[in-house]
Design a protein around this ligand. Structure first.
Ligand code: INI
Length: 156
């Protein structure tokens, strides 16, 4: 039996973080957490590229362009979509989630979905180091695990 479990993996590689400025008090914390966790894994500054975009809707296009460069082994996407009074939330969530999923499958690269989609600001705050953990740090952990797994599968 072969079991592939890379949850404790500790490798470094070029990684891009695409982070949206909308709800910046949340997304900046997500980004800081992702960078902190990557550095705990041993990543150096020159292995991490951070790209800011206006809002979550803009994440997929920039992620796709970064994937096309083939410079990165993983791309972490970070954003905060918070429900308002209109249906705008639904359209933003759909565009960013569908877009990120398509890029991962079309370009064979892990696109880590660290975009919060919450009912309110409080729920978002609970996910940047509150009672629901830190989704930026978790996104960094997922990137490392996925790259380890893909390396094992493609070059066993
Ligand atoms: N963008 C977000 O990242 N989060 C939101 O909560 C949000 N809301 O609620 O409107 C949001 N809208 C902007 C959107 O991502 C685009 O930047 C805009 O529609 C221009 O394309």
């Amino acid at each position: 039996m072969k079991i592939c479990d890379f949850s404790k993996s500790n490798i470094q590689f070029p990684v891009a973080i695409v982070v949206s400025r909308f709800n910046e008090m949340i997304t900046k914390a997500l980004c800081d957490g992702a960078i902190t966790r990557l550095k705990e894994f041993g990543f150096h500054d020159d292995q991490i590229t951070v790209v800011w975009v206006p809002g979550a809707v803009e994440i997929p296009l920039i992620t796709k362009k970064l994937a096309q460069t083939k410079k990165y082994e993983a791309i972490i996407t970070l954003g905060a979509v918070i429900q308002g009074d209109t249906r705008h939330f639904d359209y933003v969530c759909k565009q960013v989630s569908d877009g990120c999923a398509a890029i991962a499958l079309n370009y064979d690269i892990p696109v880590i979905f660290g975009v919060l989609t919450t009912d309110n600001l409080e729920q978002a705050q609970e996910r940047i180091g509150g009672k629901h953990g830190h989704k930026g740090k978790e996104a960094a952990e997922t990137a490392v695990e996925m790259v380890s797994l893909l390396r094992e599968i493609t070059h066993p």
